[in-house]
Design a protein around this ligand. Structure first.
Ligand code: NAP
Length: 453
């Protein structure tokens, strides 16, 4: 199947690409192996100066890269610029810190010397999503190349122009073969993972995709890191600064046109402040400006693909059939492009199967909790465990949330977001392993024990 770059603002087909042939996949594997032989021997200093050069390119051409992201998947230009800048940050972070992160660790034993070294393993396959089409790739690739590995990217099929732009960017700083984009569909992932030259895979995407890649990787005994879906709870307690919680709630749900794994998706609000929260939430949602993502005043652009918009619409319809109440929006917008009016639903039955689904678009749920215990129970009533946030001034509630909310991260009185300095990842069906910080770079190295008797 051809890979199509469609502008979600108007549905126009911009370019089509033939998928990689068997022969070009083989060439890429050869090139990756060849590049690895030299790249693994490069000093940290050399890798770091190349990665810093890449960060410079990102910043110099920020506007052009941002424009590509906006045109290919619909995020606002302001959000796209911020994404490109964050990629430069993660490059510099690993350029500055990888050597210390991967330093040998000496250990006590009966031997004259015993230590653990952190050595590169080889080509890593990165299966990546379209929603942060630069950031997701950079946060996997920057630590990988600093560790001495090389990367084969299978990007999402709807962002082929971004995939090619990423390869050009890396080629401007690194030797050919250190980073390659393969324009392929999911059906070719097994071909790659079955190949002896590919040593591991990292997947960011839906739980379905992660499970499928992990199954194949398991068969071929390849290590995986999985960053998958989420349905993050956002708990608001009576002592919270409600105005601050409300402002952040809108950002947390609407970030990236509502299409973020760590978007807050279920707003669990204590009964004492429920009506005030809902009033402020609806008011803020209705004031959001949905429109052309190139305009600086736009809050929300289109959804990335029509099929995602239709899926969200059918999820909303099903929730309404199950008794949910529509408090605002939550409908596709007329006219060209894949626009969706931001919406809020309430009254969702926590026992309905749909309670466990991820709404990957600009629709929030609000749920009433009579107590903190009930809020925690609702927060954990999900197959997912990515991020979570709590709004309160109560130290006991904070302490309990840190220990009892089942997620890879809990943020208090603050927006859940990724940061190159902090580990990022999930538990339960949100995946396993970690990206970013030292945890991220350690995932794809051989922690080799060395002993001198
Ligand atoms: P997706 O459909 O799972 O696609 C992600 C990537 O996986 C794409 O490259 C896709 O290729 C590939 N893929 C899909 N099915 C596959 C299969 N059976 N075997 C091998 N590869 C497969 O996800 P998406 O719709 O692009 O992204 C949204 C999802 O990603 C949401 O669930 C979101 O929460 C999650 N996400 C998680 C994180 C995180 O850090 N935890 C970050 C961002 C997004 P094609 O495009 O060619 O189908």
């Amino acid at each position: 199947m051809r890979l199509k770059s469609v502008n979600p603002k108007n549905g126009e087909l911009v370019r089509e690409f033939d998928p990689a042939t068997d022969q070009s996949i083989e060439q890429a594997l050869e090139a990756a192996e060849h590049a690895f032989r030299a790249h693994k021997r490069a000093s940290f200093n050399e890798r770091a100066s190349r990665l810093r050069a890449l960060a410079d390119r990102l910043e110099e051409d920020c506007q052009a890269h941002a424009r590509l992201l906006t045109d290919e998947m619909g995020k606002t230009l302001a959000a796209a610029r911020a994404e490109v800048e964050k990629c430069a940050w993660v490059c510099r972070h690993y350029a500055d810190n990888a050597e210390a992160m991967l330093a040998d660790v000496e250990l006590e034993s009966d031997a004259e010397l015993s230590a653990v070294m952190h050595l590169p393993i080889g080509p890593v396959l990165a299966v990546m999503p379209w929603n942060f089409p630069f950031w997701q790739v950079f946060r996997a690739a920057a630590p990988a190349v600093m560790a001495g590995n090389v990367v084969l990217l299978k990007h999402a099929s709807n962002v082929p122009r971004t995939a090619l732009a990423l390869q050009s960017l890396f080629e401007s700083a690194f030797a050919p073969g250190v980073f390659q984009s393969l324009l392929i569909g999911p059906d070719r992932v097994e071909r790659l993972l079955a190949d002896r030259r590919v040593k591991a895979a990292t997947v960011t995407g839906s739980t379905r995709a992660g499970s499928s890649v992990a199954e194949i990787a398991g068969k071929h005994l390849k290590k995986t890191v999985l960053e998958l879906g989420g349905s993050d709870p956002f708990i608001v307690m009576p002592s919270a600064d409600l105005e601050q919680a409300l402002d952040t709630a809108v950002t947390a749900r609407m970030l990236n046109n509502g299409q973020s794994c760590i978007a807050a998706k279920r707003f669990i609000v204590h009964a004492d402040v429920f009506d005030r929260f809902v009033g402020g939430f609806v008011e803020r949602f209705e004031a959001l400006k949905v429109g052309d993502p190139l305009e600086e005043s736009t809050d929300m652009g289109p959804m990335a693909m029509d099929r995602l918009r239709r899926r969200l619409e059918s999820q909303v319809d099903r929730l309404l059939e199950l008794g949910a109440e529509r408090l605002a929006g939550a409908v596709p917008m007329d006219g060209e492009g894949y626009f969706f009016r931001p919406g809020i639903l309430s009254g969702i039955d926590p026992n309905a199967p749909a309670f466990d689904e991820e709404l990957f678009g600009p629709v929030a749920w609000v749920l009433r909790a009579e107590s903190f215990d009930r809020a925690l129970a609702l927060a954990n009533q999900t197959q997912y465990g990515l991020g979570s946030s709590l709004w309160t001034q109560d130290a006991n509630e904070i302490n309990r949330a840190f220990r009892e909310v089942e997620s890879g991260a809990t943020f208090v009185n603050s927006l859940v977001k990724s940061d190159p300095r902090l580990p990022f990842g999930g538990i339960k069906q949100s995946g396993y392993g970690r990206e970013l910080a030292r945890d991220g770079i350690i995932e794809f190295v051989n922690r080799k024990t060395v002993v001198v008797g």
